[in-house]
Design a protein around this ligand. Structure first.
Ligand SMILES: Cc1cc2nc3c(=O)[nH]c(=O)nc-3n(C[C@H](O)[C@H](O)[C@H](O)COP(=O)(O)O)c2cc1C
Length: 430
C-alpha cells in the first residue's frame, strides 16, 4: 500500500487527508499543564481484559504496557478502568480499588522506567476511568446494563426491554462519589492525569445524549452535561496533583433524540455545536487536554474504528473504510481548530487511522503540521506494532510486515470475553 495508491483512493472518493513529507513535527515536545510530552505520539487506551479477581493488572497487562513504553510514544493513555466492580464491561476489565491500587502503582512505575530506559523519556500518563453503562457485564456471560435513557435505536440493538429501569438521579449522585474515590486512588498510584471517560456509548456518553431523560441529568444541554462537568470539577477540587481530562465522543451517529453531536434531521451528519460548547465549559473548568473520538463500537464500529474486515456479528457497512478515516480526522480537526486561538488553546488528540497501515506516518505529520490535532493517537496499531512511534521517529517509516491490518481480531477477542491483543502480529500470545 503506497502513498500514491492512497492519493488515488482519495481522489476517487473525492475526499482529502493532510500529508506531510517532513516527519520532524512528530518529534517535537508538547507542553501543557506543566507537563512535557517528549513527542507527538499517544498510545490510545486499549483494553486487554486480563486483570485478576480484584481488577488488578497481571502479567499480560504488565507485558502490554512494557511494549507500549518501549515503543517510544510520549504519552500513554491507560485503558478503561472501572470505578466500581459492577461498572465493568468484562469480568477481567481493570478496576481500581483499595486492593488493586498497589498493582496499578507497580504497573505505572514499570511503564515509566521502561520508557526511561529505552529512550530517556519521561512519559506522561493518564488513567481512563469508566462506567460501562448499557454495556456493563461484570460477571462472565451476565449482562447487567445500566441505562440513562431508553433509546429507540440502541435498546432494540442490544435487547433492552421497554420497561427496563433507568439509573436514578440519586444513584448518579452516588456514582460521582465513586469517580472521585477512584481518581484519588489513581493519584495515589502516581498517574499524571485522570480521564473521566465519556465516549463510545458507555454511561457518561449516553448521558450527553439523554434528550428524553427527565430530571437534573437529562433534557437540556446543561442537564445532559451535568454529570461530566460536576465530576470533573469535583476531581479538580478534591484530588490534588493530577490534571483532569476526558475522552469525549463528539459525534455518536445515533439518531436524534438518542445521541450527542448528531444532526437532528440526519444522523449521518454531525453537528458539533454542543460538543464545542461542552469543550469550552471543560476548558474553563481547567481541563488542559481533550481526547476526541466518535461513534459507538458496539453499534456503528465503522465510525469509531474503520476496518478492512468487520468484527463477528457486526453488520457490514457499504462504506469505504477510507471515508471513515477521513470523517474521523476531519471531525477532530474541526474541534481542534475551534480551540487553537491564542486565548483558548486546548491540545487535542484523535484516532481511527489504523486502516491506513504503513501510510500512517505522512498523514500523522500532515495532521499535526496543519493544526488538525496537537498529538497523534494510535489504538489498534499499538497492539500490533507498539514500536511504530520509534520506527517513524528514527527510520522515517513503518515496516509493512508489522502494521495492524484492521482485521477486527482484537475486537472479536473482546466480544468473546477473551483477553484482547493482536492475533496477527502477536500470535504467540493471542
Ligand atoms: C480491542 C480494543 C480495545 C479498546 N479499548 C479502549 C479503551 O479501553 N478505551 C477507549 O477509550 N477506547 C478503546 N478502544 C478504542 C481505541 O482506543 C481507538 O479509539 C480505536 O481503535 C480507533 O483508533 P485506531 O484506528 O487507532 O485503532 C479500544 C479498541 C479496541 C479495538
Amino acid at each position: 500500500m503506497t502513498y500514491s495508491g492512497l492519493q488515488k483512493d482519495l481522489q476517487q472518493l473525492d475526499v482529502t487527508l493532510p500529508m506531510s513529507d517532513d516527519l520532524s513535527v512528530l518529534a517535537k515536545r508538547l507542553t501543557f499543564a506543566g507537563l512535557s510530552v517528549p513527542n507527538r505520539f499517544v498510545v490510545q487506551p486499549m483494553e486487554g481484559f486480563d486483570s485478576g479477581t480484584d481488577g488488578e493488572p497481571l502479567e499480560l497487562g504488565f507485558r502490554r504496557y512494557e511494549r507500549f513504553a518501549a515503543g517510544g510514544a510520549g504519552l500513554i493513555w491507560f485503558e478503561a478502568t472501572a470505578v466500581r466492580w459492577d461498572a465493568r464491561s468484562n469480568e477481567q476489565q481493570f478496576w481500581i480499588n483499595e486492593k488493586s491500587v498497589g498493582k496499578f502503582a507497580e504497573l505505572l512505575e514499570h511503564t515509566r522506567s521502561t520508557a526511561h530506559k529505552e529512550d530517556g523519556h519521561d512519559i506522561v500518563t493518564v488513567l481512563q476511568l469508566t462506567h460501562s453503562g448499557r454495556y456493563s457485564k461484570p460477571q462472565r456471560g451476565k449482562r447487567k446494563p445500566v441505562i440513562a435513557q431508553h433509546s429507540g435505536v440502541l435498546d432494540a440493538a442490544h435487547g433492552i426491554a421497554g420497561d427496563y429501569p433507568l439509573i436514578s438521579d440519586a444513584e448518579l449522585d452516588r456514582l460521582q462519589d465513586d469517580y472521585v474515590s477512584a481518581a484519588k486512588l489513581a493519584a495515589r498510584a502516581g498517574f499524571d492525569g485522570i480521564d473521566v471517560k465519556s465516549c463510545h456509548g458507555y454511561l457518561l456518553n449516553e448521558l450527553l445524549g439523554a434528550h428524553t431523560r427527565d430530571g437534573k441529568y437529562g433534557g437540556a444541554f446543561e442537564n445532559r452535561t451535568r454529570f461530566l462537568r460536576e465530576t470533573i470539577q469535583r476531581i479538580a477540587e478534591e484530588v490534588p496533583g493530577v490534571f483532569v481530562t476526558s475522552r469525549l465522543s463528539v459525534y455518536d451517529a445515533v439518531k436524534y433524540p438518542w445521541g450527542f453531536g448528531t444532526d437532528k434531521e440526519d444522523y449521518r451528519k454531525h453537528d458539533l455545536t454542543e460538543p464545542k460548547q461542552l469543550a469550552s465549559l471543560l476548558q474553563k473548568a481547567g481541563v488542559p487536554l481533550l481526547n476526541i473520538t466518535i461513534g459507538n463500537p458496539y453499534f456503528n464500529p465503522h465510525y469509531n474504528r474503520p476496518y478492512a474486515k468487520a468484527a463477528s456479528g457486526t453488520a457490514a457497512y457499504d462504506e469505504h473504510p477510507l471515508r471513515g478515516v477521513v470523517r474521523f480526522v476531519n471531525i477532530v480537526r474541526d474541534m481542534q481548530q475551534s480551540f487553537n486561538g491564542a486565548e483558548n488553546t486546548v491540545p487535542m488528540i484523535g484516532a481511527g487511522t489504523a486502516w491506513l497501515r504503513e501510510r500512517i506516518p505522512k498523514v500523522a505529520a500532515g495532521i499535526i503540521a496543519s493544526g488538525g490535532a496537537a498529538l497523534f493517537g494510535q489504538g489498534r496499531s499499538s497492539f500490533a506494532y507498539p514500536n511504530a512511534p520509534r520506527d517513524i521517529l528514527t527510520r522515517g517509516g513503518m515496516d509493512a510486515k508489522q502494521v495492524c491490518v484492521a482485521c477486527s481480531g482484537c475486537t472479536n477477542f473482546m466480544r468473546a470475553e477473551h483477553p484482547a491483543g493482536c492475533c496477527v502480529r502477536d500470535r504467540k500470545f493471542y
